[in-house]
Structure formats: C-alpha cells, structure tokens
Write a protein that binds this ligand. Sequence first.
Ligand SMILES: [Zn+2]
Length: 477
Amino acid sequence: MRRAWHAELAWLPGAGVLPDVLIEASGDRFTTITPGCVPAPASATRLTGLTLPSLANAHSHAFHRALRGAGQRGRGSFWTWREQMYQVAAGLDPDSYLALARAVYAEMALAGIGCVGEFHYLHHGPGGVPYADQNAMGQALVQAAEEAGIRVTLLDTCYLSGGLDLTGASLALDGPQLRFGDVTADSWAKRVDQFGADEHGMLGPAARLGAAIHSVRAVPPEQMHPVAAWAKRTGAPLHVHLSEQVAENEACLAAYRCTPAAVLYNAGVLGPRTTVVHATHPTEADMQLLGGSEVFVSACPTTEADLADGIGPFGALAEAGCRLTVGSDSQAVIDLFEETRRIEQYQRLASHQRGTFGAEALGYAMTWDGHASLGWPDAGEIASGSLADLVTVSLSSARLAGAVEAAGAGGLRGVGGSADGEADLGLLEAVIFAATAADVRNVVIGGRDVVIGGRHVLIDDVPGALTAAVRSLFAAE
Ligand SMILES: [Zn+2]
C-alpha cells in the first residue's frame, strides 16, 4: 500500500529541520522524501508540528512499570528498590504479563517510541519451574508489542547466579530470582533456540530475537562465552548491564581482580553489536576498552537518578568511540525526550560546561543509534529505503509555543536553514530540551498509524489498561 504524509516541519538526516516535507512510502518503507513541497498534494496526510523518525527505547524491563506509585517510599538504595521489584516479578504469569506489557508498550507508543529493546529475564514459573512452553513469558512480550503496534527486540537474558558478595563469592539464586535462571549458558541457548526465529533472527515482521547477559553479578565469566557465541552465530544484538553501581565494581574486583568491563572484554562480549547498559562507573581504561570495541552505551538517566546510581561519563564515553542510546529501563517515567536531555544536562552538572552534546547527536541517540543497537539499522531516519516510522510532536502546547518564533529570530536560525548555510536544528533542540511525551500527537510504524491526535489507534483506553493490569497484579498478592 502506498501512503503519503505532508509534514509541516521535519528533521531530515544531515539537512536539519525543513518545512513542507512530502514523505512517501510503499508498504513499510519510505520511498521518496521531498522538502519544500508546496502546495501539499490533497492525498497526503497533514502532520502539524515537528516530525521525527520514531524513537527507540533501547533498554526496558516492562514489568517494572507496576512499581510507579510504590517505588518512592522511605530511604534506601538500588538494593532496597530491587527487593520491591522482585515482589512484582513474583506475581506475574504469562497471561498477566501479556496484559501488563501490552499496556506498557501502548504507553510507549503514545510517547513516540516505535521500537523497544526488552531486556527479558523473567523466564520461568514460581520456584524456577519451566512453563510447558519454556518461552511462554517471552512469547507474551512479543505478542504484547504486536498488539500495541510497536517493534520489539526481545533481548532474552542469561541469568545464572544471585550476585557476588563483597568477598567476591558467587551467590545461589534465591526466592523470585529462581524464575530468572537457566542453570548454564548452554541450557539458556537451547531454550532460546526453541523460540523458532528465522535465519535472520526474526520472530515476526516487527519482532526480532536478541541476547543479553544480565551482568557480571549474574553470569560468571566462563558462562559468558556461549551467550556471546550464540549472538555472533545468529547475528543478534547482545546487551549487558555494566557498572551501574559502585558495589558491582567492588564485588567484581574482589572476585575476578578486574573491572566488569575488563571481564566482558576478556570473555569476548564486547563488539560493534554489543550494547552496555548504564556504564555509570567505568574507569579510564574501561572507557578505552568500550570505545575501542565500538560498543553502544545505553544511558538510562531517569532510572540512574531514581536509583541513586550516579552520573555516567557519557561525554567521555562518546569521545572514546561509543555510540549513545537511551532507555526507560525501570519505567520511572516513559519519556525519551526526558532521558535524552538529561544526558547533556548531567554532563553540565558534573563538568560546569554546556554543550557536550549538540541537538543532532542527541537526536541520533534517541532514534537512529537506538534502532541500530537493537538490530534495526534500517530504521530511525526519515530517508528513502528506511522503515516508514514517524513521530510528530506538537509545537503548539504551552511548553513549546514560541519555539518556532525563537528558532527563526533575526534570520540567524530561520526554519529551513541558517544565515550561514548550516543545517538548522533550533526546533530539534526545542523539542529535545522542552518537549514531553505528552506532546506526541501522531505515530506511524511500518507505514501504519498507531497514534492519531494523541490517541492510540489499537488500544482505546491506555490508562485504563495500565490501571487494570497493575490492579490485578497487586490484588493477587
Ligand atoms: Zn536494566
């Protein structure tokens, strides 16, 4: 099916923000992109505001969304929050996870997210007893994304031990953690092979299978290689939590006499298809290993702030050669504009300097690089041949009113090109630094409308679906 949209303003790769862009697609791919198309063809759908490629949420744990409203009590740390998170995990089964994840992914669609990387480790039933279909929980997540209309990369996670204590000893899985475990990496690989992905790693037209190693806390080094080998053999993206907490670094040093990044490097985990999540506390040498390996770094700044993790050295990581992406992780909020601006703002707080990252670099982190890190290198750009995914952000809310006028002030930052011929990015800056998820009006994924006028096309009442899913989970306790 052929479709056409006429964007009032659109961000195009390398060209900045341009007016009156005719965007045409055949099936799920863009065919031609024509800026300055006036008047608009009558057959084209008008998109009012700034149109971007759809956003990629590179790191998500869908079930953590149920903690919103229950996760901010009293003092504590990452480790006390983790106990609350385990209680939610204990109450889920494939049916209730399908309902919860479908609602969470619908919330993501409303926020302009076209693709989610689901870092999935809640594999088995209570006590670690496998379901009849050992991938029932993962299948529920794939179905949830399909029903919410978004792409998913299911990052099936190898999780074998309950952590390292401060002497470096490996702890057995315990309580709700038993549901995460596969005993060995080989049994993890056997289970994952039963998903039935095709030779390209696809689970469906909009679902891809990927791999994850939970962390150095949960997978001993000798068990990492089979996971990395599986990812290499299948061409799958490989994700891993890295140095989120100082305590993780300390325990890793005690156990293995090297940092978590060095453990991953020595186990053959790092490479251009690898994403390390957080990288809050790397050493200088770690950053050289990560950059030299050309890994992606998934920053999750709202979660890192919420869990008191610390401020990641994102500027230095990018300087070393890493490509940044963003993730909603614990779902403290689902708003990738918020995640993205915090990357730059935290560098300012830590360095007392503005302007580590410009709008274009931040824009690529939340779109093209995010998609690439999830195994969709042909998504995240409004360009001929790319997957036909669009997000339109209203510029008429109280938050963004006046941005068009300011961006064009004095002819220096005129829409469609600045006075000195450089690509104009003023409105992209305005959206990254001031928009919220609530400003998203339209979302197109694979050429298909998923959100129109701020309403989800496939799930009529997203707040109602979230309320019902969370209510049933807490009622079951
Ligand atoms: Zn995470």
